[in-house]
Design a binder for this molecule. Structure first.
Ligand code: M6R
Length: 614
């Protein structure tokens, strides 16, 4: 949610800032801006809409901007105030001497604003950020020291922030600080880089320092000074970034989402690599740092996550309960943190997150940690805040996911849950060798089955075209695939803006059935197994209300072709493993509908890939 960058050094700041923002576009894309120190003054450039609009402005003013070697930049996901040019960052104090970029939310900005207005400050935007610019400027007027002004001002702020600030009267300085929002400083020779996330700076340096909450770093071209909120100097902890610069290429695909869907067979191979050696050996999950006795004695598991990760968590619950007979609760992080969650040292708390930066999930795991629970994090970002705070860390290794709609990270999270559940069951001794061997045998061949589904994508494309004019969809399933229905519906909603809802098929007749008629297609997920016949009956009930029916099934039963208007067939698979395969056609269906409707598939409106505000 918003990306910030900063640079002080000897290179052309404008190029570093814009390339950094490009790599942070996943954090927001409704407006952007940069401020450049240039010949004793600071110039601010902003644009509404996509980053390219800002780049075009900067290209036109190339001669004016290219000599600057000090600047800050921002890409916005609006929280306070519409996504307009005025609300775009950087924001300035009244005289324009101080500029600031911010990621996060200032919770007491209204109170601060009232006080600042009384002191003569004039506000131009509707943002919470502008209060911070005025607040620091007020302190600067007294102290004439930017670092001290930031230190004093941030003591008055409530909420979350990562800030990067510069002042006309301190032309050799960038000051950065953070609380409950990520921020790192990249370290070069005679230069420093500031960013919300590694991709913005990895092209230039692999050495970096992550700031902890309330720390303030003062950067000049040749020095980095770190203090805490009490002005005590701290030795910076410099780390090597475990990253290679990656060219974020679509590899010939029209969108990153389609490319990422096609990467899923390899993602599965990666997750299995090193953890599942042969079908006869136990799963090797040395990432789980719980000793075996504690693991055997766990009396509860809680899984907390948001969005797509929450759907992976639902499958995880099903698996752990089925294989290990331990009760598992799954909850949206945003709910978990506002109730009296019962957790203790006999509870394993699993946080699931692609980004590892989702604010609600971070708060939830911190709360659980305080109560003594072991925190296991499943994330695609082993360098993230969650990963750094984990007791155990399972990195899912899906590779960078650019498209806002999560696809390959979901598959990687699911695979991690399969391995975790089998591992726990093996440690507890509650799974037979026969069952575990047969599951492992099937896990290994999942990539080929997904490749078969991907080879049939033209059929899904045709169905997508036929259904693209519908305004509402219902997805039904039961058991282990209920999460697949939720995930399929979420994918359609977020990239095509069509109203799609997942329901437990048995719930249909308790209310939602009232909505059914020829305008409401019902997609049924019908995997052979325990609940197959039941869902078939629910589909019959929908047919009787004139709904158009789509089946997603691994059954060859001719009855299905008679009942359903369209059938998407996938390879046969053990029911308990089927969520890995069944979600793929739903990702493709959502993709092709959105593509057919001409939507911005990779950057859907109102969304951001990393949700760093609660
Ligand atoms: O990074 P996280 O997995 O914690 O993010 C959670 C959700 O914001 C995320 O899954 C979101 O729902 C995706 N856009 C879904 O495609």
């Amino acid at each position: 949610m918003c990306g910030i960058v900063g640079y002080i050094g000897y290179r052309k700041a404008v190029d570093i800032l814009t390339s950094g923002l490009k790599n942070l576009e996943y954090r927001g894309y409704d407006s952007s801006g940069v401020a450049l120190y240039n010949q004793n003054k600071i110039d601010v450039y902003k644009a509404q809409g996509k980053l390219q609009n800002l780049v075009n402005i900067l290209d036109e003013k190339r001669a004016e901007v290219e000599n600057s070697t000090l600047g800050i930049g921002h890409i916005r996901w609006a929280t306070h105030g519409a996504p307009t040019t005025i609300n775009a960052h950087p924001h300035t104090c009244n005289c324009g001497s101080l500029v600031i970029v911010h990621n996060g939310i200032i919770e007491n900005f209204k109170e601060l604003k009232v006080e600042l207005e009384k002191k003569g400050c004039t506000f131009h935007s509707q943002t919470d950020t502008e209060t911070v610019a005025h607040l620091i400027a007020q302190e600067y007027a007294k102290t004439k020291d930017l670092t001290e002004a930031v230190r004093l001002a941030t003591k008055k702020i409530e909420g979350a922030y990562a800030l990067c600030i510069m002042h006309k009267d301190e032309p050799e300085t960038l000051v950065v600080t953070k609380r409950n929002a990520p921020l790192l400083v990249g370290i070069g020779e005679g230069e420093y880089f500031v960013a919300s996330d590694v991709p913005a700076i990895i092209e230039y340096t692999k050495k970096a320092m992550y700031l902890n909450d309330n720390q303030i770093a003062t950067l000049t071209r040749n020095s980095l000074k770190l203090i805490d909120e009490n002005n005590t100097e701290i030795t910076p902890k410099i780390e090597s970034l475990p990253w290679e610069p990656v060219a974020l290429s679509k590899m010939g695909f029209k969108h990153f989402m389609l490319k990422e869907i096609h990467e899923q067979p390899d993602v599965i191979r990666n997750v299995l690599n090193g953890k599942l050696h042969t079908i006869d050996e136990p799963i090797n999950l040395e990432e789980v740092k719980l000793d075996k006795e504690t693991l055997k004695n766990l009396n509860r598991v809680q899984i907390i996550a948001c969005g797509t990760s929450l759907h992976a968590a639902m499958v995880g619950k099903y698996l752990i309960e089925d294989f290990c007979s331990i009760p598992v609760e799954v909850e949206a992080s945003s709910e978990y943190i506002y109730r009296k969650a019962i957790t203790d040292e006999k509870t394993l708390v699993v946080g699931v997150s692609q980004s590892g930066e989702t604010a609600d999930t971070i708060t939830a795991i911190r709360q659980a940690k305080e109560k003594g629970s072991h925190i296991l994090i499943i994330t695609n970002r082993p360098d993230s805040t969650m990963a750094r705070e984990a007791d155990s860390l399972i990195p899912v290794n899906a590779g960078i996911e650019v498209s806002v709609a999560a696809t390959k990270s979901y598959i990687a999270q699911l695979m991690s849950f399969y391995l975790l559940a089998i591992y726990m069951a093996e440690v507890k001794g509650c799974i037979t060798k026969e069952i575990s061997t047969s599951l492992k045998k099937e896990l290994i061949i999942l990539p080929q089955k997904i490749e078969q589904v991907l080879n049939e994508k033209e059929q899904i494309k045709k169905i997508a075209k036929e259904y693209s004019s519908f305004k509402n969809f219902i997805y039904i399933a039961r058991g282990v695939n209920l999460a697949t229905a939720f995930e399929g519906a979420l994918k359609l909603k977020e990239i095509s803006y069509i109203n799609a809802t997942g329901y437990a098929a048995g719930e249909l007749k308790h209310g939602p059935i009232a909505m059914l008629d020829e305008t409401m297609p019902v997609l049924s997920i019908l995997m052979k197994g325990k609940v197959y016949e039941k869902i078939l009956s629910n589909a019959e009930e929908s047919k009787a209300r004139n709904a158009k029916l789509i089946a997603l099934t691994d059954s060859k039963d001719a009855k299905i072709d008679e009942l359903f208007d369209h059938v998407i067939r996938i390879p046969e698979v053990n029911e308990i493993l089927s969520p890995i395969i069944s979600v793929i056609p739903l990702q493709l269906l959502a993709y092709y509908i959105a593509e057919y409707l001409g939507k911005d598939v990779d950057q859907p409106r109102n969304l951001a890939k990393s949700v760093t505000v609660e």
